[in-house]
Design a protein. Sequence first.
Length: 550
Amino acid sequence: MIPPADATQFRQLAGEVVDDYLAADPVAATALGDHRHDDRLPEPGAAAREREAGRWSARLAELDAVDVATLEVDEQVDHAILRHRVDARVFGLCELREAEWNPLVGNPGTAIHLLLARDFAPLEVRLRALGARLAAIPESLAVARAGLGDLPEVHVQTAIGQFTGTRTLLATEVDRALHRAQALRREVEPALDAAITALDQHIDWLTERQDDAAGDPRLGPELFAGKLRLTLDTDDSPDDVLGAAEAELERVGELIAEAASRVAGSAPRPGQVREVLDSLAAQAPDDASIVALAEQSLAETTAFVAEHDLVTIFDDPVEIVVMPEIHRGVAVAYCDPPGPLETAPLPTFYAISPTPADWPPERVTSFFREYNVHMVRNLTIHEAMPGHVLQLAHDRRQHTTTRVRSTFWSGPFVEGWAVYAEELMAGHGFGGDAVRMQQLKMALRMTINAILDVRVHTRGMTREEAMRLMIDRGHQEEGEAVGKWRRALLTSTQLSTYFVGWLGVRGIVRELTTSRPAASAREVHDAVLAHGSPPPRHLRRLLSLPVPRP
């Protein structure tokens, strides 16, 4: 069957817009698995950003000219996602303008790490591309410095640490790779030396800016609302998110009190939740045992999903790896999948983190109390089975006529499914009340994250208020709460994705279960995962569920 002319034109246009996106952000292209731009960094400077904004505005006009009514539902969804992403790019360039105040934007560490982390091509091919990126670093950093104005102190402090990590990456991992490809050393080493020198200069410049860093890290109500709409791809206002989160905080607080009472074997009373969590936190791994614990947890969760027939499991390769030093100290685990556009047969990494080598003993103890044995089991659900690892295995099997949903994953859907997976497994009894306590503690953390996100950026929430909320209501370790306060200042709107995405996925599962009474849990969950990783409101259309009106 030949598609209608408008469908053919849209597919061509969608391909061109995706290609434009990959060319404009070569680092994102590498991460996605498109390696045509592996030898480039993003073009720096205000003039380049102005040209890019003009190109995206022209693309918006072309997308708006498409007669969407003539497209099938799948392509209507792709059109909506694509237009939304282009709109978000214009907003970032013209309204948010992070390159003018956020020194984290210009860090080339990810651009280099991506070429070293996976064997998507022979080492020699990757090192030649890496050499070209290294050669671009001095100019990129110089242009970035010239364009930065007033800087928030927390961003400067964080940038110093992250750029120092990038320098370490270059001095160690790149040099180690060159030892394996000595023939390329003379070709790459001059660019490596120049890049390290440029990073030293940039770190010195940032250090000098610390004392006069007076920029405000809070976006303010108007800018935050605009960014939130684009991050979530919903019509939810900050007040909508805040109201839902505060109501959920009360509900989950009651549930964790009930679970603590069961664990303690006594009636609920003040302080009981903290006492039970403290007793569970004492069952902590250490640097020597954390990887083995993750391996055991992955085997246990996989067997449990299969036994209860919760969702289809695929045998795609998964490797448990020790988290690189530059990524440690934030969380104990993360999922690192191959890019959705990748053609090489690469495994998904489930990365597990020992603590950074320079941490004092008391900080290590606090970290592993937060990420205790039972929390690691819950995190394995979130990051691996049936969370990110399995969801993204389903994603790779989607069938679409464009690359839109492969290129543009919805953060709220991806994180929302992983949070829902925690709730699903705990609800079926995985790990008993010990894991249930950790799942509910994570639900409190996720809900409080959304409250922090809105209140910090639009309501002037203070550090003291935030710490009290996280420790008293969320039962978090102090070290975890301190890190989350910094994250709230550094990553506006991202903290809301987990909560809003979870509400969206949970609602879809419930409605699909009601509308398909004969379907098993596996059939329902497979249906939810069959369409890639679209925003929940678009997944509703793909599943023929009603889409709520704003």
